[in-house]
Design a protein around this ligand. Structure first.
Ligand SMILES: *Cc1c(COP(=O)(O)O)cnc(C)c1O
Length: 374
């Protein structure tokens, strides 16, 4: 079956007891078992699994082409469960441009567990290969990356990882399986912040890991989730599953709108740079064309006049709301350097845009009036 069909039907069997088409939400924390703790319907205690999370996991497996998936209370819970399940002494490579939470985890939390994370330019396979020399357990890719929309070649990174006996994990939050399926390109694990496009309505936090194989690492991560308890609540699983149903339709419109917005911004004199992999001028355009079905709904721009112009533009926008996060129906704008704390890494003149599902002429009109006010 094709992805649009899987998105509607995977994990969507009608309820056996009532025939309800919308899946029931089982809020039960505990499930009746036999006198010697024999499981009756496969469930025991919510921290160790529940029917609504299982439906969502089934859907994510189908969409990513995975053998098993785990769902978590947030994207960061998924990332930390995976990375903290590596053996102490492990060395991992992470992208130089990546989600801030991963950078902070790598700097402040992983070293105490004996895990060393080295930042490399994952858009450059040569640089990645050179950094693998001293032994590496995992390469982490985030493509397109946050906030610079850098594109890394997943198949090339998978080949390098496997040559060195390492795993490739890929944060697929920006692309979603609608646009890019890392496991089919050789990655071993896919990670999602389902808070973003999967949920799709800026109202549910969640994370997921999709595994190509049910192996020892999968078992360790599942055990860690069950014991440490960063579980996704059933209602959150239900909202995320509902988001899956419209994910392909929403992504098509996010992509179409973002492409038009990127092309408009590329023609504006106040805009020095547009980072959008769908533009032929983007350094990752060729790789994006190979591995993505379309370029996505995220882009960032750098203003010629730097920080002050970026803040003035963000302040003058009316339809784009100043807010963090991404992937919802509404368009958002964010001055990344301002939210990165004491030591910002984003360029001072950079704004990140999450292009929503409004009419694209209204979005362009808003950008036009805000640019005119600079
Ligand atoms: C938001 C995000 C995360 C973290 O997910 P949370 O659900 O906020 O914990 C990780 N990676 C990327 C690319 C993100 O955008």
């Amino acid at each position: 079956m094709r992805l649009e069909t899987l998105a509607i039907h995977a994990g969507g069997d009608a309820d056996a007891a009532t025939g309800a088409l919308s899946p029931p939400i089982h809020l039960a924390t505990t499930f009746r078992h036999g006198p010697a703790a024999e499981r009756i319907a496969g469930y025991e205690y919510q921290r160790e699994g529940d029917p609504t999370n299982d439906r969502l996991r089934t859907a994510i497996c189908a969409l990513e082409g995975a053998e098993k998936a785990l769902t978590f209370a947030s994207g960061m819970a998924a990332i930390s469960a995976l990375l903290e399940s590596l053996e102490p002494g492990a060395r991992i490579l992470i992208p130089r441009d990546c989600y801030t939470g991963l950078r902070v985890l790598a700097a402040e939390f992983l070293p105490a567990r004996g895990i060393e994370a080295v930042a490399v330019d994952t858009t450059d396979p040569g640089a990645v290969r050179a950094s693998c020399g001293a032994g590496v357990a995992m390469i982490w890719a985030e493509t397109p990356s946050n906030p610079l929309l850098e594109v890394s070649d997943i198949a090339a990174l998978a080949a390098i990882a496997h040559e060195h006996g390492a795993l490739l994990a890929c944060d697929n939050t920006f692309a979603t399986p609608v646009l890019q399926r890392p496991l089919a390109l050789g990655a071993d694990i896919v990670m999602h912040s389902t808070t973003k496009y999967f949920g799709g309505h800026s109202d549910v936090l969640g994370g997921a890991l999709a595994f190509a194989r049910t192996d020892a690492l999968f078992a360790r991560v599942a055990h860690r989730l069950h014991v440490t308890g960063a579980t996704l609540a059933p209602f959150s699983a239900w909202l995320t599953l509902r988001g899956c149903r419209s994910l392909p339709a929403r992504m098509a419109m996010h992509c179409a709108n973002a492409r038009r917005v990127a092309e408009f911004l590329a023609g504006q004199p106040q805009v020095e740079e547009v980072h959008y992999p769908g533009l032929a001028s983007h350094p990752g355009h060729a790789a994006a064309t190979r591995q993505m079905a379309d370029a996505g709904g995220m882009l960032s721009i750098e203003l010629r006049d730097g920080r002050d112009a970026a803040l003035a533009l963000a302040g003058a926008l009316r339809l784009f709301t100043n807010a963090t996060s991404l992937g919802g129906c509404e368009s958002l704008v964010e001055h990344r350097a301002s939210v990165e704390g004491d030591r910002p890494v984003s360029p001072p003149g950079l704004l990140r845009l999450s292009v929503g599902l409004e009419h694209v002429e209204d979005l362009i009109g808003d950008l036009r009036q805000a640019l005119a006010a600079l």
